[in-house]
Design a protein around this ligand. Structure first.
Ligand code: G
Ligand code: G
Ligand code: MN
Ligand code: NA
Length: 255
């Protein structure tokens, strides 16, 4: 059976799963989550995105799958609100694929999926990669502006890997910059990485953007990211991506 058929089946049979990874602020309090897709394959087990996102992109299936994910995420937020788990001011961050970003009806579809699921537009953050943001800067500016006008938050993901100049940050209507984990993981080991993170953090501050240090795996990396002035933190050291039930159980029992 070819991959594309399998992906169609996966969507129809709801084989995709969403795991949620907490984002915390400087006090360690949760401020939101990043939604991360997995595929519960009937024979191969739980597959990570690297094993199927490229096929979703090539086949165009990423568009219906992303719409499914958006609706599911919105529904999850509504459920969390009902359960008293969701706190005011939290947001759920969702990765947007390049193909999705360029869809003519993206804005309408986005709005519809979020509102139909029962969440509010301001509960959602979209993560777009630096590479997509700068490959057609004029298009990106106007599309991001339309997304902002809905009230949806925007984060620039994997920042630092796209070799774009920091000057782009002031041209794009974004709220958050996520410093790529390759830089964070070198903190404490290589000093040049520290200066890169410091430069991004200070420019971001100047443009009034929030900075997330992602991929934090050690206590030391967290301490240095704090020192540098990052606003939010994400990584295995803080919490792994988890199933909704597990997450809700953990936090409700911790109080
Ligand atoms: O979840 P990690 O566990 O392995 O994710 C690997 C990559 O897959 C990351 O670059 C992440 O942005 C991407 N990814 C995860 N979930 C989604 C999703 O729902 N949509 C898209 N387009 N990419 C995703
Ligand atoms: O490209 P994006 O930033 O969306 O990728 C998110 C990916 O990073 C997911 O695959 C997620 O599982 C992974 N991730 C989250 N925290 C850590 C971490 O501390 N270390 C590593 N290696 N990966 C992480
Ligand atoms: Mn991301
Ligand atoms: Na990233």
């Amino acid at each position: 059976q070819n991959m594309e058929n399998e992906l169609h089946r996966a969507l129809a049979q709801e084989e995709f799963r969403i795991h949620y990874q907490p984002l915390v602020n400087v006090t360690g309090a949760v401020v939101g989550f990043e939604a991360l897709i997995r595929w519960q394959h009937p024979e191969k087990g739980l597959l990570p995105p690297v094993e199927f996102i490229p096929s979703l992109e090539v086949s165009g299936m990423i568009v219906p799958v992303s719409n499914w994910l958006l609706a599911k995420c919105s529904h999850q937020i509504a459920e969390w609100k009902t359960a008293g788990f969701w706190q005011d001011g939290w947001y759920l961050s969702i990765n947007i694929s390049p193909l999705q970003f360029y869809q003519a009806d993206m804005i309408h579809t986005l709005q519809q999926a979020i509102l139909d699921g029962g969440a509010e537009l301001t509960d959602i953050c979209l993560e777009i990669t630096e590479t997509v943001a700068v490959e057609n800067i004029e298009f990106a500016k106007s599309r991001l502006q339309s997304i902002r006008e809905l009230g949806v938050i925007i984060a620039l993901d994997d920042f630092g890997t796209g070799y774009s100049s920091l000057g782009y940050l002031k041209d794009l209507p974004i709220n958050i910059v996520k410093i790529d984990r390759s830089f964070i993981q070198e903190l404490g080991a290589q000093n040049n990485s520290r200066s890169i993170v410091e430069a991004v953090a200070s420019i971001a501050q100047a443009y009034d953007l929030k900075v997330i240090a992602e991929g934090i795996e050690t206590k030391e990396q967290l301490a240095i990211a704090h020192e540098i002035g990052c606003h939010m933190f994400q990584g295995f050291y803080i919490e792994r991506p988890q199933e909704p039930k597990q997450l809700q159980g953990d936090y409700l029992s911790k109080g």
